[in-house]
Design a protein around this ligand. Structure first.
Ligand code: SF4
Length: 383
């Protein structure tokens, strides 16, 4: 159920967001399809799209915690056939560094989220239903038109991002199916509150699992409305299923910037696969978290040092001023030669074949050219 948690008579309960559905809520309820990700239980339908595992009691008109999947006339209805935004930008702006560098991606987002991070970059979309905004309205679009938009803009990658794509997994899969038929790489930019069901459901048409790892403890995740364990299990399973995985941690002062916690995350990631790229990005005050400064470059550099010490081979620092731009380059983990140089979320120099270090021959993992008909062009040629 959507709403704000309150404590009343010693117990926590959730307030509904409004007694009257907003214009946006009504518009989204008119743009749905039957769910595929659910199972029947004794208590009613259980949604399997995210780890909240909401149960919809028989006969109820309940809405899930994400605000966009709901039961109606005994059927679970899910978002379908619209976007909230699309942007064409360098693929690196999605914090994906080992996938078709220097190419463009079309990234689309929708509305709603299964988490409620107080520092969300995209709260206008992800929290639109909780905040009751009147400024938003979906754009109707079919999967063919969305893929055509990406191709017409010269994109090589199609990304589902901005809000949590798993809560609209049926729509994402439909779009990605069409994208794969047209030769695009596909990427899910997710908060990682995943289930085995949604990871298996999307894998046949999804190449990249770019996941946020927002903290090292259940306590930190509780503050965001989620749990750590499904995120870690999801990363492990995504690797096993063959997704290309990159992990992002937004390092937030006085929330998750403790070096012991970051060391613990690095240890866990290295135990899954030391070649998983780990992006340590700076927090900027925004949305409901404006009570603390931006993350310093020094804090990120210390965290990167900890990550390398724990065995991770590709660690990146982002979202801080140019003094750390060297730390957004891809280097050979053996001889440290630069294979891809980046600045301001763009690749500015790319080795002819980034899959292998031309100096020492080390293999550099990634989806460098997969599924595209020719190697990516240099960014300067993409206009
Ligand atoms: S996707 Fe939505 S309805 Fe489904 S379990 Fe998650 S929060 Fe609940």
């Amino acid at each position: 159920m959507v709403g704000r948690m309150i404590r009343s008579r010693g117990r926590e309960r959730r307030l509904p967001i409004a007694s009257h559905p907003s214009v946006l809520d009504e518009a989204l309820r008119a743009r749905t399809a039957p769910a595929e990700l659910f199972e029947e239980t004794e208590k009613g339908l259980r949604c399997t799209a995210c780890a909240h595992a909401c149960v919809f009691a028989r006969g109820s008109q309940r809405t899930g915690a994400c605000g966009v999947r709901f039961q109606q006339d005994g059927e679970l209805r899910v978002p379908f056939g619209y976007v909230a935004r699309t942007y064409v930008r360098p693929v690196e702006t999605n914090t994906i560094y080992h996938v078709a560098p220097g190419t463009l991606s079309l990234t689309f987002g929708m509305y709603g989220c299964d988490l409620r991070c107080p520092y969300c970059h995209n709260a206008r979309l992800s929290q639109a239903l909780r905040e009751g905004t009147s400024q938003e309205f979906p754009e109707d679009i079919g999967e063919d038109a969305l893929v055509e938009r990406a191709l017409a803009a010269g994109c090589r990658v199609l990304c589902a991002a901005y809000n949590e794509p798993a809560i609209a997994a049926e729509w994402v899969r439909t779009v990605f199916e069409r994208a794969k038929e047209r030769g695009l790489l596909t990427a899910m930019i997710t908060d990682g509150n995943a289930t085995p069901e949604v990871l298996r459901f999307l894998r046949p048409v999804t190449d990249v699992y770019r996941v946020d790892l927002k903290g090292h403890s259940e306590e930190e995740y509780h503050a965001l409305g989620g749990r750590l364990q499904p995120v870690l299990s999801g990363i492990r399973m995504a690797k096993d299923l063959g997704y290309w995985v990159e992990v992002v941690t937004l390092v937030v002062p006085a929330f998750n910037d403790d070096l012991r916690g970051l060391r613990s995350l690095a240890t866990t990631l290295a135990s899954i696969d030391p070649s998983i790229p780990w992006h340590l990005n700076a927090f900027q005050p925004r949305y409901r978290m404006r009570d603390r400064p931006a993350t310093s470059a020094g804090a990120l550099i210390s965290a990167a040092g900890v990550a390398y010490a724990k065995g991770l081979r590709f660690v990146y620092v982002g979202n801080v001023d140019g003094t750390t731009s060297e730390l957004s380059n891809t280097r050979c983990p053996s001889c440290h030669d630069v294979l891809i140089a980046r600045r301001d979320w763009r690749a500015i120099e790319i080795a002819t074949d980034p899959s292998r270090c031309s100096r020492c021959g080390a293999v550099i993992p990634g989806l460098w050219f997969a599924s595209v008909t020719e190697p990516p062009r240099n960014p300067g040629e993409l206009t």
